[in-house]
Design a protein around this ligand. Structure first.
Ligand SMILES: Cc1cc2nc3c(=O)[nH]c(=O)nc-3n(C[C@H](O)[C@H](O)[C@H](O)COP(=O)(O)OP(=O)(O)OC[C@H]3O[C@@H](n4cnc5c(N)ncnc54)[C@H](O)[C@@H]3O)c2cc1C
Length: 477
């Protein structure tokens, strides 16, 4: 134990961080203002925000410092997230390439829709270097970073989270770290959230059918890719049931290619699907693999409550991901920044209770959660459609590229249903598809309104939740 504590002190010395702890005894008694578990996009942003305000924050990660940011990802992120968070755009080696939009491909590959516009300008980042920048920003703001240290479980007294039990992955020693507020930003693993007692009031489990499991590779191609400034997304229920496969250009001949499937009953192995149906395409003939790996991402609306007494959940751990394309770097940074802001205010009021932290929920819902919840309704529809439906819908432009862009930016989903399309669909006996699309557009609007009116106080939560649950029951029916 002593060696572990000394280790922590040495790590902090080596990082040049504020050295607050002088002996092992003091360390044991030490109470940080904030402990953030997980130095991903959400955790680094939370830690930076609270450290900037002068709070004592301890950021821990099971990875080594030089591995922070190294994550299996599509590496694509919209420019608007950087604008919103006043972050410098990626540049130099951190920037793989800039993007102008997305191409969406129908299952039969006969229709391709270009979705482009300012809202979709974005970047393909070098994920490791981007993660390293965010970590550096947190440390420079004054956060104490502790590497190779795994959070094991929350410490809970009278249903109030007061700290975290952590394990040094080198020495295998365990110790306790205390704080006024703990943030679970441990990504999909949600290590603390999953161990919270029911009384804290935060959902601990996420349904498997709301999770996509993915496999992706970075590949060098023989020939340059067509339209390298577009991220290509391919819907195909046989190949990628409940999700999609993607080809994101990283360089003239370098791509990030991956495939996700919804983890619904009997789901196929995404790596096999990628090899059998995507890497077997002519584009990949003679290509070589640079790296490969798998990962999971929650593709649903955010948790309906993301705070409890002494705890805040941010990023993937709080399901802060776009349910349609699975992009979570931007929303998780936004979640982290809002968590930080809320913690600073709660500290000023000396109220770290659920009530004291509650505004985080409402803030997240208004900035991104309402849009996310609306898109979750659309995701449910997409998962129900057959390849035939998707082929017809895309061929007849039921949703145009411009409308898809607007919907992805949070506006209502506009359907392009003219008398001519109605006639075509009647002829094709696809009237039920039109009805379903109309119903979805209507539900999407209602759900967004509901989430935009998230209660600003916990006392109104039960009524709100009942309404939200009813809407989602109808949407999934
Ligand atoms: C295959 C795939 C492709 C994706 N493509 C994109 C994309 O193109 N664009 C996009 O924006 N998003 C994409 N995402 C989603 C995106 O990667 C996540 O939404 C985002 O990284 C979430 O950030 P986070 O900080 O919540 O979690 P993470 O980035 O996962 O960070 C969590 C951190 O917590 C640490 N940790 C975990 N458990 C513990 C523990 N017990 N103790 C200590 N530390 C712990 C981890 O080491 C990690 O550093 C993709 C995801 C996958 C799986």
């Amino acid at each position: 134990m002593f060696i572990f504590l000394l280790g922590i002190v040495n790590v902090m010395k080596a990082r040049g961080c504020k050295l607050i702890i002088k002996s092992s005894e003091e360390q044991h008694l030490k109470k940080f203002d904030v402990i953030v578990v997980g130095a991903g996009t959400a955790g680094c942003m939370t830690a930076k925000t609270v450290a900037d305000a002068g709070l004592e924050v301890c950021l821990i990660d099971r990875k080594k410092k030089e591995e922070i940011g190294n994550k299996v990802c599509g590496d694509a992120i919209g420019r608007h997230h950087f604008n919103r968070l006043s972050l410098d755009y990626p540049s130099g080696k951190e920037l793989e390439r800039t993007m102008v939009g997305i191409t969406v491909h129908s299952p039969d590959l006969k229709t391709m829709v270009h979705v482009k516009g300012k809202g979709l300008y974005g970047f393909i980042v070098n994920r490791l270097l981007f993660g390293q920048r965010l970590l550096r920003d947190a440390i420079n703001a004054g956060a104490t970073f502790i590497e190779s240290t795994q959070a094991v479980e929350p410490i809970i007294k009278d249903n109030f989270v007061t700290g975290v039990v952590v394990k040094d992955l080198t020495s295998k020693n365990k110790t306790k770290l205390n704080a006024q507020v703990v943030v679970d930003a441990s990504g999909f693993s949600a290590v603390l959230r999953k161990k919270l007692p029911i009384e804290i009031g935060i959902e601990t489990n996420v349904d498997q059918k709301d999770v996509a499991i993915c496999y992706r590779e970075i590949r060098e191609l023989v020939e340059p890719i067509a339209e390298p400034e577009y991220c290509a997304i391919f819907f195909n229920q046989k190949v990628a049931p409940g999700a999609y496969y993607w080809i994101f250009p990283e360089g003239a001949k370098k791509v990030n290619v991956g495939l996700g499937v919804s983890m619904s009953k009997g789901f196929p192995n995404p790596k096999n699907q990628l090899y059998n149906h995507v890497l077997s395409q002519p584009l990949f003939k003679g290509s070589s693999i640079t790296s490969g790996g798998g990962g999971q991402v929650p593709t649903r609306r955010p948790l309906d409550r993301m705070v409890g007494d002494g705890i805040i959940i941010a990023g993937d751990a709080a399901c802060q991901v776009n349910p349609i394309h699975g992009g979570g770097m931007g929303p998780s940074m936004m979640g982290g920044a809002l968590a930080g802001k809320t913690i600073i205010e709660a500290m000023e009021r000396r109220d770290m209770s659920r009530e004291g932290l509650w505004l985080y929920n409402a803030r997240y819902m208004q900035s991104y959660g309402a849009k996310q919840a609306g898109l979750d309704v659309f995701r449910m529809l997409l998962q129900k459609l057959s390849d035939d439906d998707l082929n017809y819908g895309m061929k007849h432009r039921l949703v145009t590229g411009a409308d898809a862009l607007k919907a992805s930016m949070g506006e209502d989903l506009h359907l392009n249903i003219t008398e001519a399309t109605r006639r075509i669909f009647r002829g094709l006996r696809k009237v039920s598809l039109l009805k379903e699309l109309r119903r979805t557009a209507d539900m999407l609007k209602k759900v967004k309104t509901c989430y935009n009116n998230y209660p600003t106080s916990p006392k109104d939560f039960d009524v709100w939740r009942k309404k939200a649950q009813d809407l989602f029951e109808k949407a999934s029916g």
